[in-house]
Design a binder for this molecule. Sequence first.
Ligand SMILES: Cc1ncc(COP(=O)(O)O)c(C=O)c1O
Length: 380
Amino acid sequence: MTLPSKLPDVGLTIFSVMSQLAAEHRAINLSQGYPDFDVSPALIDRVVHYMRQGCNQYAPMTGVPALRKAIADKAAALYDAVYDPETEVTVTSGATEALYAAITAVVRPGDDVVIVEPAYDAYEPAVRLNGGRAVFVPMTFPGYRMDWEQVRQALSDRTRLLILNSPHNPTGSVFTAEDIAQLKTLVAGSDFFILSDEVYEHIVFDGRRHASMARDPELRRRSFVVSSFGKTYHATGWKIGYCLAPAPLSAELRKVHQYLTFASNTPIQMALADYLARHEDHLGLSDFYQEKRDLFASLLGPSRFRPLPCEGTYFQMVDYAVISDEPDTVFARRMTIDHGVAAIPPSVFYHQGNDHRVLRFCFAKNDATLKEAAEALCRI
Ligand SMILES: Cc1ncc(COP(=O)(O)O)c(C=O)c1O
């Protein structure tokens, strides 16, 4: 039997393709965005503790109460935002599940969803599977800033949802206070929702402050704010995330979550609940990654690659225009095979590709790995 595909143009993600190529050619893998660092032994001890205590059955559908409370406390402390842990905080199996559940809860056939490009690859297929239509708005190039006038032009009475992401993957750009002011002007008098992907909320550089949708009451009332413990605790494989949203929005998200995964990993939720109070772990992350960013950029100094501004996340966009005129997909492949370093070609984050000569490197790696990679890049 054959099955007519609901996503005929979707293949293996670029992350799998580049990681596979890196493995085949024994290249240093700076493509996929996962950290090289160990999870804190204290956090692992808590997980083991709860497993041995017998906390191995289904968690409550909405999440372990202590973790929901700890998440609400964090939102209050960092963003001055009051979320009720009972009705407005939902623990999910990674941010990916929260994004899918939010999109499914909101989008109906015929709805438009505005997506800013370059865009993380999970958004658009979820919109399409729910019968929605993605309307793409590019960031400026090469500055990678929001173009709010273009966003305004993309809005119509069919718009149900605007998907935002700051700190931004892949560009590393971060919303400013001016972005938030422009967004507030844009939403005034409208009734679309916002899905705000904030998984890199704790990785912002040079004294910037993360502009969470939770911080502003006007934006908060229409927003699903999604985050993930994977990025924060070097534990992307644990797949625990969460969504903050006002009670009526959370109620609809939970209806989807209930039948998508029902509940997420119990002992890890219990451990994270204990651990979240240790603010030094998430609040020290910006400094930790800022040093990595600066090290990688300085190691690239003698090379012909030109690092672009990076304000947050653990991704560095790098211009290679003086080295090659090849499209980024071709150059990234050749760099992996011939020079032993894998990166992501950002054109795949655009629905129609582009002709920018830029690659995305993940610098969430040990210094020795970054040095080895940079030495290879300096030889190109
Ligand atoms: C922007 C963005 N959103 C969501 C995710 C997925 O997060 P999780 O691993 O918690 O599902 C990622 C992971 O790379 C990401 O970069």
